[in-house]
Design a protein around this ligand. Structure first.
Ligand code: SAH
Ligand code: SF4
Ligand code: F3S
Length: 477
């Protein structure tokens, strides 16, 4: 019984995840494993028997956040010596033993290629009363096969209850990255590029569909570089994979992120055009609009190639939306080079753009080769300029939807509207169009997971607002 002092109490797990979709997916898999081990999730850090941080190293800010969180829970560990604390993911791979020096109260440090070992290492840390470290090999530590093997694929367990929405799931198609953009830490912390076997991916997608998932997002650092050679010499490309996944009953939408400009082949664009379940949305970061900067970033394309690729997307896929990432204040970025980036953003008419201030990362090529010579206030100014330009474009393009009807895959209640303090209006639902635009409209919570036809009557830079088309038609004029 619950209140008997010796009753077996489920161990409580608190997990915090930062970084990209890879980490969101990894956390789901880690939780699935730990549930089998008798843990249940808690939102209350004070109740936790284990606190795990799944970390990101892409920018300094992401790391600072984790080190201060670790600082904050130092006292908790003093009060509860049995509390287990873990640092998982990219920062674990990057900083390794240095984490234990800086935060000696940490019990396990586990890189993204070793996550299958979380339960074992937590148990071992407790039994041996000493911290455990499990990371993969450095990119230069040996031959490619050995390094690749040290980043283990870990995709077996899925755990529906920890997904942000029960109708949506990520599905890994590739691990690692081989592009080595000079600013980027990802190839060192996530290891060599590896495509998963199409059979394994399709089997996992079927499992997700059985769990009630309607929307699957394929994830990879350069997802459109996906290529898998079977022993009979046949190659499966991302377009082939999309066609296979399209057959799965129950799945109504398929997305893929993130694409690399050079690998945007025509067969892929045609697949997006011809397969109705595939979202007409492509996230393909430009990073900069200046050839000299792109060259220093080693992005492997020119502005002309990017423009041409975008033109091919627009020609092939009617109504496609495209989004981008930009880095401002990269080494040697002058006012003139930044101007070129602003012009690229203006003419590209992205649905949205993610803008980041350059953050030097130890161990990357740029950090060794170039000075971080753009002052912080110039980075901040350029950041704002791009965000403002993008907001104006997004607003203008979104206004083009007013008066139109769109099909929305409903995700559930809109937290930002329905959960706002003081809100006493009807329930507001949120979902996305086939071109990935966010739509908010009043409707019953039971529509979650369904596709609804919505008439748009208002637009902001990030959201379209409207009402169910059926109801609008039935309302007296
Ligand atoms: N694989 C994806 C992106 C991975 S990281 C791709 O190639 O597009 C996500 C974004 O973080 C990048 O697109 C880039 O814009 C940004 N980023 C990566 N390293 C950075 C750094 N050192 N400083 C600032 N932003 C960075
Ligand atoms: Fe980083 Fe470039 Fe690889 Fe993207 S493609 S993960 S930016 S190295
Ligand atoms: Fe960050 Fe690792 Fe993703 S560094 S962006 S969590 S691959």
């Amino acid at each position: 019984m619950a209140d008997e002092p010796n009753a077996q109490r489920a161990k409580k797990l608190y997990i915090e995840t930062v970084g990209c979709q890879m980490n969101v997916l990894d956390s789901e898999l880690v939780v699935a494993r730990l549930r089998d081990d008798g843990y249940e999730l808690t939102d209350d850090i004070d109740q936790a028997d284990a606190i795990l941080y799944n970390t990101c190293s892409v920018r300094q800010h992401a790391e600072d956040k984790i080190y201060s969180a670790l600082g904050r829970i130092k006292n908790l560990k003093r009060e509860k010596p049995d509390l287990a604390i873990g640092v998982l993911g990219c920062m674990a791979q990057k900083d390794q033993g240095a984490i234990l020096k800086r935060a000696p109260h940490v019990d396990v440090v586990i890189g993204p290629g070793q996550l299958g070992r979380v339960p074992e290492l937590l148990a071992r840390a407790k039994a041996e009363e000493k911290p455990q470290l499990a990371v993969s090999l450095a990119r230069t530590a040996g031959g490619r096969d050995r390094v690749t093997a040290s980043f283990e694929s870990y995709d077996a367990d899925r755990e529906p209850t920890v997904r942000p929405s029960k109708f949506q799931a990520f599905l890994r198609v590739m691990m690692g990255c081989d592009k080595f953009c000079t600013y980027c830490i990802v190839p060192s912390v996530r290891g060599p590029e590896q495509s998963r076997s199409p059979d394994a991916i399709v089997a996992e997608a079927r499992l997700l569909a059985l769990q009630g998932v309607k929307e699957i997002t394929l994830v990879g650092q350069t997802v459109n570089s996906y290529k898998y050679k079977t022993p009979d010499g046949r190659t499966t490309r991302l377009s082939d994979l999309l066609a296979r996944l399209h057959e799965i009953e129950g799945v109504v939408r398929i997305k893929f992120i993130t694409s690399f400009p050079n690998d945007m082949t025509d067969d892929l664009l045609q697949a997006v055009r011809d397969l109705p379940k595939v979202s007409r949305y492509i996230h393909v970061p430009a990073q900069s609009g200046c050839d000299e900067v792109l060259k220093r970033m080693k992005r492997l394309y020119t502005v002309a190639l990017y423009d041409d690729m975008l033109a091919r997307i627009r020609e092939t896929i009617p109504g496609a939306s495209v989004s981008s990432d930009f880095i401002v204040g990269f080494c040697g970025e002058t006012d003139e080079s930044f101007e070129k980036t602003a012009r690229l953003l203006e003419r590209s008419r992205f649905k949205n753009s993610f803008v980041f201030k350059y953050s030097p990362r130890a161990g990357t090529k740029a950090d060794g080769l170039f000075a971080d010579d753009v002052p912080e206030d110039a980075k901040r100014r350029r950041n704002h300029i791009l965000l403002d330009l993008q907001a104006a474009i997004s607003l203008e393009d979104n206004r083009g939807f007013v008066g139109r009807e769109v099909d929305v895959l409903v995700e559930g209640l809109s937290q930002s509207t329905t959960r706002k303090p003081g809100w006493d209006g009807p329930d507001q639902l949120v979902g996305r169009t086939a071109c990935d635009r966010i739509v908010v409209f009043p409707g019953p919570a039971g529509l979650a997971g369904e596709t609804a036809r919505v008439r748009i009557d208002q637009a902001s830079a990030v959201t379209l607002f409207g009402g169910l088309a059926q109801e609008a038609a039935e309302r007296p004029a």
